[in-house]
Write a protein that binds this ligand. Structure first.
Ligand code: XIL
Length: 302
């Protein structure tokens, strides 16, 4: 294939990107996005603060713009995200206990219902575990509603959109030996054992010098897959430049392609200038839309 999406499709996989609604009017941006990618994640527009700015008053304007652009160009959509400690609207940040539990479940139900039939996979819950060596859940208002909040969110999502794949998504879960990776693994194993609906695990895979592509990355992907879930690389970006960066992208692609249940890779933005990383050049296209060495190594590895 001569594009990322075409090359990925040769092995039955997708290649995606995060898209920002406010850039959909910029043709330099949409030309690359439309040509190279076939799975679209809204970078911010489906998050809790965007979709429910006031309690039980939903705003799908910008999320709908992204879904409409994606579907009219023949692309699939990854929903991101239904339940998360971050980017909560103010009203939710101030809630707790059973009122928050109900509000969270209402949010999951309403948003998943609005997009029913249009979402390939939902990141139902994002970033619920702590960093570091504890393997514990992250302390958050959602966690304080009870340890079963994650499974409650997954059950509500399944009821609202039975055909969407339901994923757990997190970062720093790439190194198989990390406590956080093991904690997510144990959550998924427990869900599968008890019949809690879960179909996939997303590894965000934001890599930099503090958090490099681990040598055991393929082991992590294959270990999750062995639990009976698909795995996806959901927010890939890798700090650096030149051949070192290109080499790291190649390693990520090779790890995914070696695992049959690694079904797709998404990068977290189109050009370096679109990246959420304030400084740095972590993506596949430079600010002028030129293909970087990392683009070529990614394409060649697919
Ligand atoms: C980031 C967006 O890229 C930024 O525009 C926003 O200001 C903050 O969130 N993990 C996730 C994504 O799951 O939703 C985050 O996206 C990046 C880290």
């Amino acid at each position: 294939g001569s594009t990322l999406q075409a090359a990925a499709a040769e092995s039955g996989r997708y290649f995606g990107t995060a898209i920002a609604a406010n850039k959909l009017s910029e043709s330099a941006y949409t030309t690359i996005a439309n040509r190279e990618f076939n799975m679209i994640t809204a970078e911010n527009e489906m998050k809790l603060d965007a979709t429910e700015p006031n309690q039980n008053q939903f705003n799908f304007t910008n999320g709908d713009r992204i879904v409409s652009w994606a579907r009219s160009n023949g692309k699939q959509v990854r929903g991101h995200t239904l339940a998360w400690h971050s980017q909560q609207p103010g009203w939710m940040q101030n809630m707790s206990g059973s009122a928050l539990r109900s509000a969270m479940l209402n949010h999951v139900t309403q948003v998943a219902t609005h997009y029913r039939g249009q979402i390939h996979s939902w990141d139902v819950v994002n970033e619920a575990f702590q960093d570091g060596s504890s393997g514990a859940r992250r302390d958050s208002n959602l966690q304080r509603t009870g340890n079963d909040w994650i499974e409650a969110a997954f059950r509500a999502a399944r009821a609202a959109d039975p055909n969407a794949k339901l994923c757990y998504n997190d970062y720093n879960t790439d190194d198989w030996t990390h406590a956080k990776t093991q904690a997510v693994y144990n959550l998924v194993r427990d869900f599968k054992a008890r019949g809690v609906p879960i179909d996939c695990v997303g590894l965000q895979s934001h890599f930099n010098s503090q958090s490099p592509v681990p040598s055991n990355y393929q082991t992590t992907l294959s270990s999750f897959a062995a639990l009976g879930v698909d795995v996806q690389i959901t927010e890939l970006d890798i700090e650096g430049s030149g051949s070192a960066q290109a080499d790291n992208y190649r390693r990520v692609v090779e790890a995914c392609l070696a695992v049959s249940r690694c079904t797709g890779i998404s990068v977290w933005g189109v050009r370096d200038t679109d990246s959420w990383r304030a400084s740095g050049t972590p993506l596949l296209f430079d600010g002028n839309g030129n293909k970087k060495a990392a683009y070529t190594s990614t394409l060649n590895a697919l």
